[in-house]
Design a protein around this ligand. Structure first.
Ligand code: SF4
Length: 423
């Protein structure tokens, strides 16, 4: 599997404060599940990955594009529109298909008329698995047949267990550098699991990314009902890994994480003027509706899913034990979202009103991101029973706690500076 249920692809960092109306539209279409990889933290099942053709029918893809064009055209004004074709290896489907999805994706971006065209792109997931000569030849042919100048950016997913394989490194480097030269940019994504954090240290991933010319690294942690034993098996180890990776990224300007900006932005946007965090209900009502309008995913059957950001992207889908917003056959995307909104908000509030979350000091921040999906999976799969009732069921608390503490320390220093200057 190549990406979580949709990774946070941003061609440029988002503004630090969440705007009342988000100016970026993020879309993912889950059209391909075929993959030769076996990442333990994959949201796809082994059976899903076995296919060798696109999973989304032509009719569903056409309808998805029609609905998305309409949604993009009516969501403005937009600064950026980014559309990812996920979840697995599009190179396995062939050059004709790649050319086709680029043309379709470009039409959605055109419809959104984003002001920042240079940072609006169509992404496609791939594992870059295969003989370097044939993979590079396919990439070259794809690039030469693109019909519009909308960027087409490979999102390459790395199985953490392969990072130390002697043969794998040089072969990958050759393919990654060729892809970078052809498409101008390559993003790296990896799926976290107990296995992956045991095989690949944060330092090793950072070094691998730098050595192989990746511009961005997105870490996905996406528990599903099927992968719960791998993703929720040792959450203490995964949290430790994330905190170390975050610290590395803070030190190295060449490395960014997607989860720190998401959590920092959420803290920033929900803090009241008096410095106190708002209630859980207020935070959800303030943040989630706009997130859902500007961040959506459509699965291979046409189900419309809200795409949240926690550690990478995560959705409300059957595989996470949660109901979708609706199906694109039901009507326009805006009408499906409006109808489903009260149900989604009350689901998120309900998940945070139970167990350790009900008394957690970070519940409002947590609810403004997508951590509730992992909480739901932990409870439904029985994984939360291995934790004490008063403990966070997964990685959210330590990660939010660290980022919140650092933000408060910076704020306190700034306040001291202001007082000192006023003396
Ligand atoms: S940080 Fe953990 S305990 Fe707190 S609300 Fe989130 S999931 Fe629940």
């Amino acid at each position: 599997m190549l990406t979580g249920a949709g990774s946070d692809r941003k061609v440029v960092p988002m503004a630090p404060r969440r705007e009342a109306r988000a100016t970026e539209l993020q879309i993912q279409i889950d059209d391909v599940y075929a993959c030769l990889g076996q990442c333990a933290g994959c949201v796809l099942t082994p059976e899903e990955r076995k296919t060798m053709s696109a999973d989304m029918s032509e009719e569903t893809l056409d309808l998805a594009i029609e609905r998305l064009r309409e949604h993009a055209a009516t969501s403005g004004p937009l600064k950026r529109v980014n559309l990812t074709f996920g979840i697995a290896d599009h190179l396995l489907i062939g050059v004709d298909y790649m050319r086709h999805i680029h043309a379709l994706g470009s039409s959605v971006i055109e419809a959104g008329n984003p002001s920042d065209r240079a940072h609006s792109a169509v992404f496609f997931t791939t594992s870059l698995v295969g003989k370097p000569q044939s993979v590079i030849a396919m990439l070259r042919e794809t690039r030469s047949r693109l019909e519009s100048d909308v960027p087409f950016i490979p999102l390459v997913v790395l199985d953490g267990r392969l990072i130390k394989a002697a043969k794998f490194g040089p072969m990958w480097r050759e393919m990654v550098l060729a892809a970078k030269e052809l498409f101008g940019k390559v993003d790296l994504s990896t799926n976290l699991s107990t296995d992956a954090v045991g095989c690949m240290s944060p330092e090793e991933l950072a070094t691998f990314a730098a050595r192989n010319g990746f511009d961005e690294v997105t870490v996905n942690w996406a528990p599903t009902m099927r992968n719960a034993s791998g993703t929720l098996g040792d959450t203490a180890a995964i949290a430790k890994w994330l905190l170390e990776f975050d610290q590395l990224a803070e030190k190295r300007h060449s490395l960014t994480t997607s989860f720190r900006p998401v959590i920092a932005r959420t803290i920033d946007s929900i803090m009241c003027g008096d410095g106190h965090a708002p209630s859980l209900v207020n935070a959800v009502e303030q943040i989630v509706p706009e997130t859902i309008r500007k961040s959506i995913e459509i699965d291979h059957l046409g189900y419309l899913l809200p795409k949240f950001e926690a550690i990478g992207d995560i959705t409300h889908a059957d595989r996470h034990g949660l109901a979708p917003l609706g199906n694109i056959r039901d009507g326009s995307i805006a009408s499906i979202i409006d109808k489903a909104m009260p149900r989604i908000l009350s689901k998120i509030i309900g998940i945070h009103a139970q167990g350790a979350c009900s008394t957690c000091r970070h519940s409002a921040v947590c609810a403004g991101t997508g951590f509730h999906v992992a909480t739901h999976v932990a409870r439904r799969s029985g994984r939360s029973q291995v934790f004490a009732e008063e403990s966070c069921p997964h990685v959210a608390f330590p990660v939010i706690d660290r980022i919140a503490a650092e933000m408060m320390a910076v704020e306190a220093t700034a306040e001291r500076g202001t007082l000192w200057a006023a003396c």
